[in-house]
Design a protein. Structure first.
Ligand code: SF4
Length: 346
């Protein structure tokens, strides 16, 4: 469901100046040719087929696509939380110039605790049910800032207040089951911020919430970028979230990025037939027209279609699409697309 007040990309509040500021600032993350496989006893399945992605300080990059496109695997690989059967089999994840894939478990834990944080779709499930919010926050602050006692409590209240939780002193004493979904997500964001990270990965941060709370969480993430220059990767299937929050977006399909561009261009100069399908399928708050859907299903990665993986669902597929894999190529100054026919279809 789109967020209220989000009608079309060109109406969103991204200023070109803001976008350029983000681009001109320091690059904090560069993912190069990241390849992930699922290793089963009798087979190996490629789930990320060598993706490239970069994020600058203060920039919010969205990753959008249907379930099974590889969005979450990308984030988990970046932050070192990919679990078996997932195995990173190639590429680099350069964070401030250091390849995170070269780090040992302890070093990666330190990066994850202090410099990169992640929030998930279901905040209540991510919080430990037997600890109060205050206990968890104070523990994080002790580990990462050395704060204890009254100083830790004071900082915890400050963090809860920063994420817009009313009456933070009361929230400190609450357990996850005593929080609404929106409160739990704010508490998760406060936890993620406790170590003052440089990069926040947000995996469907507003999906489980009702529309009004979704909008508030999006506003909060937007404010964090502004106030803290916090770089973010936001994973979502909701193009309303992308339109409202992100500077740039990568569209994923079957373990590859098929289109990447500044948000305005994705909406206004859409190149890839899959992206066009996603846009046509988005719920319209205006209520205009029937809801369209992309025919067919995301492919089972054990039987990834040859050539362009989207070809079984694409109305524009021709012979070459069934045999040759399109590469992600520049189609404009900052616009990339992986489609054999993007020029004809433009
Ligand atoms: Fe469609 Fe062919 Fe483009 Fe793939 S390469 S999106 S099948 S036109």
């Amino acid at each position: 469901m789109d967020l209220p007040g989000i009608a079309a990309s060109s109406e969103k509040a991204h200023s070109p100046q803001g976008l350029e500021q983000a681009r001109e600032s320091e690059e904090i993350l560069r993912v190069e040719e990241l390849r992930v496989e699922f290793h089963f006893p009798d087979s190996k399945v490629v789930v990320l087929a060598g993706i490239d992605l970069d994020v600058s300080m203060g920039e919010i990059v969205g990753i959008v696509g249907e379930s099974g496109s590889g969005k979450s695997v990308t984030a988990l690989s970046i932050i070192g939380l990919l679990r078996p059967p997932g195995v990173v089999t190639g590429g680099r994840v350069l964070f401030c110039g250091e390849n995170l894939l070269d780090l040992g478990a302890d070093e990666m834990r330190a990066v994850r605790g202090e410099r990169i944080s992640m929030i998930f779709q279901n905040p209540r499930a991510s919080l430990n049910p037997v600890f109060s919010v205050g206990k968890v926050l104070r523990e994080v602050l002790r580990l990462h800032s050395g704060l204890r006692g009254a100083a830790a409590r004071s900082r915890a209240i400050e963090l809860l207040s920063d994420v817009g939780l009313p009456d933070p002193e009361t929230v400190l004493a609450r357990y996850p089951h005593q929080l609404s979904g929106g409160m739990a997500q704010r508490a998760m964001i406060a936890l993620a911020l406790a170590s003052s990270p440089q990069l926040l990965l947000a995996d469907e941060p507003s999906t489980a919430l009702d529309v009004t709370i979704q909008y508030q969480i999006i506003q909060l993430l937007s404010r964090l970028r502004k106030d803290r220059n916090l770089a973010q990767i936001v994973i979502t299937h909701n193009l309303g979230v992308i339109a409202e929050l992100c500077d740039r977006v990568a569209v994923m399909y079957a373990g590859t990025i098929v289109e990447e561009a500044p948000v305005g261009q994705i909406f206004d100069e859409t190149r890839h037939p899959y992206t066009k399908g996603l846009l046509a399928a988005r719920a319209r708050t205006e209520g205009a027209g029937e809801l369209e859907s992309i025919p067919g299903q995301v492919p089972d990665m054990r039987n990834r279609p040859a050539g362009c993986a989207f070809h079984p669902r694409c109305a524009f597929a021709t012979g070459i699409c069934r045999t040759a894999t399109p590469i992600l190529e520049m189609s404009g100054a900052r616009h990339k697309v992986a489609c054999h026919r993007w020029k004809e279809l433009a």
